[in-house]
Design a protein around this ligand. Structure first.
Ligand SMILES: [Zn+2]
Ligand SMILES: [Zn+2]
Length: 319
């Protein structure tokens, strides 16, 4: 039986983008123009400027249309905030592909207030308005599994947030993502910068989106369809399951890991590997399998989960 990651079979080419960025329209250091100039200069094909959507900043959906040109595009978006997580703090939800007229929440500042939309409600409203929605920086937020589970509208989880890596050593979303996948949630995984340019929080994690054109519409459709992978540098060229192996073609790597539910994981190590075949016996017939690739510099890349149709034979997980 063979299953292919659709990022590598979809038509088009890969476009490099950062989906989570701030500017002086909220608490970032640089103007929207300078943020776009720097990302373009660093070889990005697109970004989403996602300023904090709170009253303090005038509920910005930052206008980046003037920064689009033949070689660079932008997707309108915002980081949404409304309602409290279990720890009493305000939700952070990434929405990429919002309309310019997205109605304000009732969020005067970064403190939850009575009567405002819940996190799940504002996430659902963003999806209904056309956005690709991700649960932002789970580890930085101190999210519980119940918090994450409640955002039923989400398309994705931030598996890596570079700003949270540099600012507080809490970059990770893998633990929460893997638990949600194990519950059957068909989520994808994004790496982002969450750049404010107030510390070395930029150009560290991005998505490679497969689409036929570098347009906001094509990129957004590809994100929703899962036609992308996430990386800190390594390139993924193909990810597929053939029989009882995960096969990964990639730029030179030292480790290629297959991950599934429960304790299911298996790594293959080597020198300058551009292809790895990872045996899947150790994954306990997981219904989903994802790949992680690590290069000699310690930089990582992550595929989206491939759903295998397997039922999961691990008695500690099944049922
Ligand atoms: Zn945030
Ligand atoms: Zn942010």
């Amino acid at each position: 039986m063979s299953h292919q990651d659709p990022a590598f079979t979809a038509p088009g080419r890969f476009w490099r983008g950062n989906l989570h960025t701030h500017s002086t329209r909220s608490d970032g250091v640089l103007s929207p123009e300078e943020v776009c100039r720097r990302y373009k200069a660093e070889g990005y094909d697109f970004i989403a400027l996602t300023d904090h959507f709170v009253g303090l900043f005038g509920y910005p959906i930052t206008d980046t249309l003037p920064m689009r040109d033949a070689g660079f595009t932008t997707i309108l978006g915002a980081e949404l905030h409304s309602g409290a997580m279990a720890n009493g703090e305000l939700w952070h939800i990434l929405a990429v592909g919002l309309p310019a007229g997205f109605a304000p929440s009732q969020t005067p500042s970064f403190v939850p207030v009575a009567g405002q939309e819940t996190g799940p409600e504002i996430a659902a409203r963003a999806v209904a308005a056309g956005a690709f929605v991700a649960i932002a920086h789970p580890q930085w937020s101190g999210l519980t599994l119940a918090d994450a589970r409640s955002i039923t509208a989400a398309h994705a989880v931030e598996i890596y947030n570079h700003g949270c890596a540099m600012g507080c050593d809490r970059p990770d979303g893998a633990a929460i993502a893997d638990l949600l996948l194990t519950e059957g949630r068909r989520l994808t995984l994004i790496a982002t910068d969450d750049a404010h340019f107030s510390e070395p929080d930029h150009f560290g994690g991005w998505v490679m989106v497969k689409a036929e054109a570098n347009t906001p519409e094509a990129l957004l459709a590809a994100l929703k369809a899962g036609h992308f992978y996430s990386t800190q540098g390594p390139e993924l060229r193909d990810v597929r399951i053939e029989g009882d192996k995960l096969i990964v073609d990639c730029s030179a790597a030292v480790s290629v890991v297959a991950l599934g539910h429960g304790t299911g994981a298996k790594a293959v190590h080597g020198h300058s590997m551009t292809r790895a075949e990872v045996p899947l016996e150790r994954l306990n017939n997981s219904p989903w399998v994802r790949a992680a690739v690590i290069d000699a510099a310690g930089k990582r890349a992550w595929s989206n989960p491939i759903w295998t149709g397997a039922e999961g034979k691990n008695p500690r997980v099944a049922g």
